[in-house]
Ligand binder design. Structure first.
Ligand code: NAD
Ligand code: WQD
Length: 342
């Protein structure tokens, strides 16, 4: 049985391929157009797992090329659809680019799922669908506020597309996973996030500052109503997120899904402040981080963290790695990048 991973050369996709290879007998087929990654990812996957990945360089917006992959691999029985653009700020600047890529790619994947009768789909959603939350921790039933960015809106629309599609395609099933803040790298330090663009998120900012690629980290505001004044997020190790995909697909494949389309939060359930994240990094790395407190970042939510009961109940998933593991692996990866002149 083969599993199609879209965006398999990307950050979460590559870690998921590693977990699949190491924990299942499924074969992997990856589609990526390297808009935010490169083919070199497959070498790193091989270094960790010893296995070659079958892959295609295809833009998922091209329906006929995408369909050809299914024609050539009739044993594809599951799809994990990661491929999308994901930079929140960029989506505000270039909304059509985000609608074009994220919506059309998903549309084509759903068309192929129906045409080639692929029973199981996992869709990458995001905690950003919640927008500004009223109650913490957020459950899957928490109200979705108006999206704060075109990116977040593509995830809200994506969940609705999957839902409407599954409703009328009997026999097909899906799970949308709402990730909170995936961070860290493979425990070996041999694979991690390697975007084509400058980093957008806190942890790469921390490690790039510590290694000297960036001069100084700005903490975006310390006047929030939190325990130390900085924003609270639910950081979750990327390999834990990857492992949840293996479990979720397993639930669908084994016929154990309670709903045709379910939506599940993936977070640790623990809120961590920006200063706590920095302290954890300093502790595990032994480095002193050059940072200063700056102004608030526009659009930031004060606090958000997950209620993860549903993931425990339905997927039998809990995160295994703690904040120190996240920071240590991210630091190992940053040092690997430096050593290998990335
Ligand atoms: P990533 O950018 O590292 O990986 C996405 C991959 O998809 C890249 O390799 C990119 O080249 C590829 N891709 C994009 N558009 C494509 C297209 N049209 N055709 C073929 N390939 C295409 O991102 P990631 O962090 O691994 O995120 C994976 C998914 O998870 C995305 O859908 C993202 O929105 C979602 N997500 C990510 C986070 C996060 O913080 N990383 C949080 C919540 C949700
Ligand atoms: C985390 C915290 C910043 C950088 C985004 C998306 C979300 C999801 C995850 C995709 C915040 C603070 C950051 C810096 C800082 N992605 N920070 N200085 O904004 O929670 O979530 O990524 O779906 O949809 O919105 O993540 O890593 O940017 O920020 O102080 O240089 O770190 O203010 O509190 P965010 P982030």
């Amino acid at each position: 049985m083969k599993i199609l991973i879209t965006g398999g050369a990307g950050y979460i996709g590559s870690h998921t391929i590693i977990e699949i290879i190491q924990n299942t007998d499924w074969e992997v087929v990856s589609i990526d157009n390297y808009s935010n990654s490169s083919e070199g990812t497959y070498d790193r996957i091989k270094e960790i797992t010893g296995k070659e990945v079958q892959y295609y360089n295809i833009d998922l917006r091209d329906l006929s090329k995408t369909a050809k992959v299914f024609e050539d691999n009739p044993d594809i029985k599951g799809i994990i659809h990661f491929a999308a653009f994901k930079a929140v700020g960029e989506s505000v600047e270039k909304p059509l680019m985000y609608y074009d890529n994220n919506i059309n790619s998903l549309n084509n994947i759903l068309k192929c799922q129906a045409k080639f009768n692929v029973p199981s789909l996992i869709f990458s959603s995001s905690c950003s669908v919640y927008g500004n939350v009223e109650e913490l921790p957020v459950t899957e039933n928490s109200k979705l506020s108006k999206s704060e960015s075109p990116y977040a809106y593509t995830k809200q629309i994506g969940e609705v597309m999957v839902n409407d599609f599954i409703n009328v395609n009997k026999g097909l099933k899906a799970i949308s996973l709402r990730y909170f803040n995936p961070v860290g790298a493979h425990v070996t330090g041999l694979n991690g996030e390697l975007s084509n663009a400058a980093p957008n998120n806190l942890v790469p900012f921390i490690t790039q500052t510590a290694i000297g690629k960036l001069k100084q980290l700005t903490v975006f505001g310390d006047d929030y109503e939190t325990r130390d004044g900085t924003c609270i997020r639910d950081y979750v190790h990327v390999s834990d997120i990857a492992n949840a995909h293996v479990l979720a697909l397993g639930v669908l494949i084994d016929g154990n899904a309670k709903k045709e389309h379910d939506i599940i939060n993936l977070g640790t359930g623990n809120g961590v402040t920006v200063l706590e994240a920095i302290n954890a990094f300093e502790k595990v790395s032994g480095e002193q981080l050059n940072y200063h407190i700056g102004a608030r970042r526009e659009g930031d939510v004060e606090s958000i963290y997950a209620n993860n009961e549903k993931a425990k109940n339905i997927l039998n998933w809990t995160s295994e790695k703690n904040l120190d593991d996240m920071m240590l692996s991210a630091w190992k990866w940053e040092k690997y990048l430096k050593k290998n002149n990335f």
